[in-house]
Design a protein around this ligand. Structure first.
Ligand code: PSV
Ligand code: MN
Length: 417
């Protein structure tokens, strides 16, 4: 959409929204307050198990990852924090305070701390679920170290994902693994800094193929209940079987006050980690619809839970540039959120109460079909960022500049820190 044309289209849309009983000023205020966290690991070379292609200019160091996250924030205005993965992002001198300060000097802050208990040789049979106490203790040491890093970087989120599981029936005792996990998680929970939140991520397969120790939201939720109020569930959109109704999981967890955050990405087949909203923008809208409904409603704990949800991206760009792809993901979240704010909630509720199946469905899907681009252009203008961030980024020549400055790092078949 050309910059000069958005004003009149915005005025028409504002009128349409008012006719539906919606206040465009309130919608803009909500959009300006939206926050999306980007992942440090999404800026480095990464790959599939077949090959990691090298991208010219991809970040080679943690500082470069923070620089790239700052660029995404500069173009979008709504991505001020960066999730880190330890030890991929461990500073050479071990100075995490300085790492946090560097981020701030670039205009971003450190967000969730993600421990890594899946890449050492010791973890072949698992981490907290490992049958040997030495491996479990090694994992615990690292998890507790990450609690300490939260304090040093000013982060209040510990984001936990475990590759633990088994490949063959009979390989290990499933109930024993459960108990080992519960024991380990409770130690970590007690070590979190005051005010910190533990987010527990589930995934039903991969890298283990017979059993995974936290396969689903129900397992994560049950453990959160045992651990305490600072433990909540993290929903990664790529971690479900096909056909699973993710928005219903979101609704349930919101209503129980246990939805901690998201790892947004998109997938066609498995845990593909593609650009958010690139495969199924309707699913993304329906998820945002639950969140927005809870945030605008009066029911507790849904309302306050929705206010604290950590919106994070977890994706990996294998064949495309990193920064542009991340900007697109942030913009797709923004668009989904905007559409969810266009849902005429009072009208939908009345139709639902009447049992008007088609009417309620149609009112919801009309909101999904709203062209929110003029609204977003207006919001961006008021935020002082480009009205079309991805076009502005492409035109900026930034990709070519960093390619010239950084060169092409060898992609070693995995992540680079
Ligand atoms: C695992 O597939 C995952 O979703 C976890 O969040 C990891 O921390 C992340 O991907 C990066 O490997
Ligand atoms: Mn994830």
């Amino acid at each position: 959409m050309a910059a000069q044309s958005h004003a009149s289209a915005y005025a028409v849309l504002a009128e349409q929204l008012a006719a539906e009983g919606l206040n465009v000023e309130q919608i803009k205020t909500a959009l300006k307050a939206q926050r999306i966290e980007t992942p440090s690991w999404g800026y480095a070379n990464s790959g599939t198990r077949f090959k990691a292609f090298s991208w010219p200019g991809a970040a080679r160091t943690t500082r470069e990852k923070l620089d790239d996250a700052a660029t995404v924030h500069k173009y979008t205005g709504i991505a001020p924090t960066v999730a880190v993965h330890i030890p991929w992002d461990k500073p050479e001198d071990g100075d995490y305070v300085a790492m946090g300060q560097y981020a701030q000097s670039q205009g971003v802050r450190i967000g969730a701390v993600n421990p890594n208990v899946f890449q050492d040789e010791a973890y072949r049979l698992g981490s907290l679920g490992h049958p040997h106490s030495a491996a479990r203790e090694m994992a615990l040491d690292h998890l507790v170290e990450c609690c300490d890093i939260m304090g040093k970087t000013g982060s209040d989120l510990l984001s936990l994902w475990f590759a633990d599981g088994t490949n063959y029936a009979g390989q290990d005792d499933l109930r024993a693994r459960k108990r080992r996990f519960e024991e380990g998680l409770s130690v970590v929970y007690k070590n979190m800094p005051a005010g910190g939140r533990m987010l527990i991520e589930y995934k039903f397969f991969e890298p283990a193929f017979y059993s995974t120790d936290i396969p689903d939201w129900g397992t994560a939720y049950a453990w959160c209940l045992k651990l305490g109020p600072q433990a909540q569930v993290l929903v990664d959109l790529g971690h479900h079987a096909h056909g699973v109704n993710i928005e219903q999981i979101v609704a349930f967890l919101l209503d129980e006050g246990r939805l901690g955050g998201f790892h947004f990405n998109n997938r066609k087949y498995a845990d593909d980690d593609l650009i958010v909203g690139s495969v199924n923008p309707y699913e993304l809208f329906l998820i945002y619809n639950e969140l927005t409904g809870a945030a605008l409603g009066t029911n507790e704990p849904s309302r306050s839970c929705a206010a604290d949800v950590a919106y994070m991206i977890d994706q990996s760009h294998n064949i495309e540039g990193k920064i542009g792809a991340m900007i697109l993901s942030v913009l797709n979240c923004q668009e989904a959120y905007a559409r969810s704010l266009c849902v005429p909630r009072a009208k939908v509720a009345a139709l639902q109460a009447d049992g008007n199946v088609l009417g309620a469905h149609h009112a919801l899907t009309e909101a999904f079909r709203t062209d929110v681009r003029p609204l977003l252009a207006q919001v961006r203008e008021e935020l002082g960022v480009p009205t079309n961030p991805i076009a502005a980024y492409f035109a900026s020549g930034h990709d070519a500049q960093i390619a010239a400055a950084r060169g092409t790092a060898t992609a070693g078949g995995g992540y680079q820190s």
